[in-house]
Ligand binder design. Structure first.
Ligand code: DQA
Length: 147
């Protein structure tokens, strides 16, 4: 099995970006931890980050050709992007929404996710471990669950 780990807007700045909210790990450190977890789970992953909505859309389209699922943190596009929602709905492979912070405990404009309704599920509030939990859920999923 192979999975895309997709990071959206401003996540290239992790480590220095509001560490009290998003944690001290850099994006490279998070990706390294996910590679180690993937090895443990016997799956492969590819990691990609972009600050551009269109590139994220194209990464989702591309995943159709090779990925069994996507772990996706769109950053602030979560709250604004109908185009990303439509891309997720279009590709027909499971996408798990992740956030480092607990978005519903923060400002009201972060409470609404436009992508959540078209995702398999959502994990938020566990820092970098939100990604690890999502990857594990996808990798250990039999495909016969209710969702
Ligand atoms: C985030 C939460 C978003 O509201 C915010 O815009 C981000 C990061 C998170 O991982 O907690 O950029 O997706």
């Amino acid at each position: 099995k192979a999975y895309l780990i997709l990071h959206g807007a401003n996540l290239n700045l992790l480590g220095t970006r509001e560490p009290q909210v998003y944690g001290a790990e850099t994006l490279a450190e998070i990706n390294a931890r996910l590679h180690a977890l993937a090895q443990e789970l016997g799956v492969s992953i590819r990691c990609f980050q972009s600050n551009h909505e269109g590139e994220l859309i194209e990464a989702l389209h591309g995943a159709r050709a090779w990925a069994d699922g996507v772990v996706f943190n769109p950053g602030a596009f979560t709250h604004t992007s109908i185009a990303l929602r439509d891309a997720i709905a279009a590709i027909g492979i499971p996408v798990v929404e992740v956030h480092l912070s607990n978005v519903v405990a923060r400002e009201e404009f972060r409470h609404r996710s436009l992508i959540a309704p078209v995702c398999l599920g959502s994990i938020a509030g566990f820092g970098w471990q939100s990604y690890a939990l999502a990857l594990r859920a996808l990798a250990e999923r039999s495909g016969t669950e209710v969702a």
